[in-house]
Design a protein around this ligand. Structure first.
Ligand SMILES: Cc1ncc(COP(=O)(O)O)c(C=O)c1O
Length: 438
């Protein structure tokens, strides 16, 4: 009799995990209040809820100023603009991240320089940054993910000695702290996303935080169609866009921000318990927890599946088996951006890739980042945060299912199953399937 659900056995879990996003009457009341006020948009800028939320959010992360805006991708664009990144400038960025970290660099006709990630944290490997720096480097853009931080001590040391900006992509790090300082509060800018899956969300949304008034003013003008910022001490005049957040989003985010500490506590207690249950399991490995991280932000729990230990049975089969046991999970959550089908970069669209060179830079073939490639295609397993918002029994189900798959892994050998095919699908193809499932 097969044991694994994917081979015909009984699944560990038949009921769903806590649904995400979570809301209550508080969100409903806040939305209704905005509706009735007829003051819905981002203009006048910054509007009532947007400025209240941005100020609270910035303070919670140890920064002086905050701007609420349309989403996390434009948050990065705004930070790059406000940092003064110009066409042809180079920006150091980890290879293993969401494509939205990199797109804004190209949009400014600047050049992303990919650097591999640290195998212990999956964040930008600070030891590899210096060799990627050239006289054109103007910014380092670390991404804090997998409950980790890129090594900010080292990154700030490198950047400060060369007058290079540090823009922290904190889309996974809300309320996390490095040496007691909030995510995004150590660099020149912190950029956040409030897209649906994030640990506080309004469906879409983003924020930029900074402690520099000059940066704040530039960023405000850029977000608000080039209009003078509210303080206007530096009298920047620039071409801007409308990246404002609506009052509906901001009102929801104010409520979500209040709920965050309690949820973070629950997640962390469950994650600690989960790690305790699985630590030492042959063939699985956990990322490092750096002592300098004084508060963990749990957006996705990431661990390693080591296929060599399981006789080469690929991660895709492990993931499909786990999902069939009732545990939502992902492997190809990110891939090295330069190899991604979501990164069809054509030098004709980005002239700086050709400037001063006999042939344009081919960002798709120039790089080989072995740690990012191994994480993306072989070993990383991503579990969404809402799985850990339930009870200890829910967490036991996750751990039991993982152990069950590991113990019965041989049932996966040469198994063919649509769940495996689905998991093997490229990220560019996935939306078709996901849409159908909904
Ligand atoms: C690491 C990272 N950076 C940037 C973004 C962009 O955020 P948004 O989807 O709000 O544009 C995301 C969002 O998924 C992200 O995960």
């Amino acid at each position: 009799m097969p044991k694994l659900a994917i081979a015909g056995g009984r699944p560990v879990r038949r009921k769903p995990f806590p649904a995400w996003p979570i809301y209550s009457n508080h969100e409903a009341r806040a939305l209704l209040q905005v509706l009735r006020s007829r003051n819905w948009g981002g203009y006048p800028f910054p509007n009532t809820h947007a400025s209240a939320f941005a100020a609270k959010f910035a303070k919670a992360h140890g920064a002086k100023y905050g701007i609420a805006l349309a989403n996390g991708t434009v948050a990065i664009e705004v930070a790059l603009r406000a940092a003064g990144i110009k066409p042809g400038d180079e920006v150091v960025v980890p290879a293993y991240t969401w494509e939205g970290t990199v797109g804004p660099i190209l949009l400014l006709n600047a050049i992303p320089v990919f650097v591999d990630v640290d195998p212990d944290t999956y964040c930008l490997d600070a030891h590899l940054i210096e060799r990627a720096i050239t006289p054109k480097t103007r910014a380092i853009l670390p991404v804090h993910l997998a409950m980790n931080f890129a090594d900010l001590d080292e990154i700030l040391r490198i950047a400060r000695s060369r007058n290079i900006a540090v823009i922290e992509d904190c889309a996974h790090a809300h309320a996390g702290q490095w040496r007691g300082k909030g995510a995004g509060g150590s660099g020149d800018f912190g950029c956040f996303s409030f897209q649906s899956s994030k640990i506080i969300t309004a469906g879409e949304g983003g924020a930029v935080i900074t402690s520099s008034l000059e940066h704040f003013e530039r960023a405000q003008s850029y977000v608000n169609c080039g209009r003078a910022s509210i303080t206007d001490q530096f009298r920047h005049r620039l071409i801007g866009f409308n990246y404002r957040m609506t009052e509906f989003q901001a009102a929801v985010l104010e409520v979500q921000l209040q709920r965050l500490p309690k949820q973070a506590k629950t997640r962390l207690a469950n994650i600690n318990y989960f790690e305790k249950r699985l630590r030492g399991t042959p063939g699985l490995a956990f990322l490092k927890r750096d002592k300098r991280i004084t508060r963990l932000a749990a957006y996705q729990f990431v661990f390693k599946y080591l296929p060599e230990h399981f006789g080469g049975i690929p991660r895709v089969a492990f993931l499909a088996a786990l999902e069939t046991e009732g545990i939502p999970c992902d492997g190809l959550f990110y891939e090295p951006v330069y190899r991604s089908a979501l990164f069809p970069v054509d030098p004709a669209d980005f002239p700086a890739l050709s400037w001063g060179r006999p042939a344009p830079l081919n960002l798709k073939t120039l790089y080989h980042c072995p740690v990012s490639e191994r994480a993306a295609y072989k070993e990383a397993v991503w579990l969404p945060h809402h799985l850990f918002l339930g009870t200890q029994n829910d967490t036991d189900d996750i751990a039991d299912a993982i152990l069950k798959v590991c113990e019965n892994i041989n049932e996966l050998r040469s198994l063919k199953h649509p769940a495996i095919e689905r998991k093997a699908m490229s990220r560019a193809e996935r939306p078709r399937v996901e849409k159908r499932q909904w």
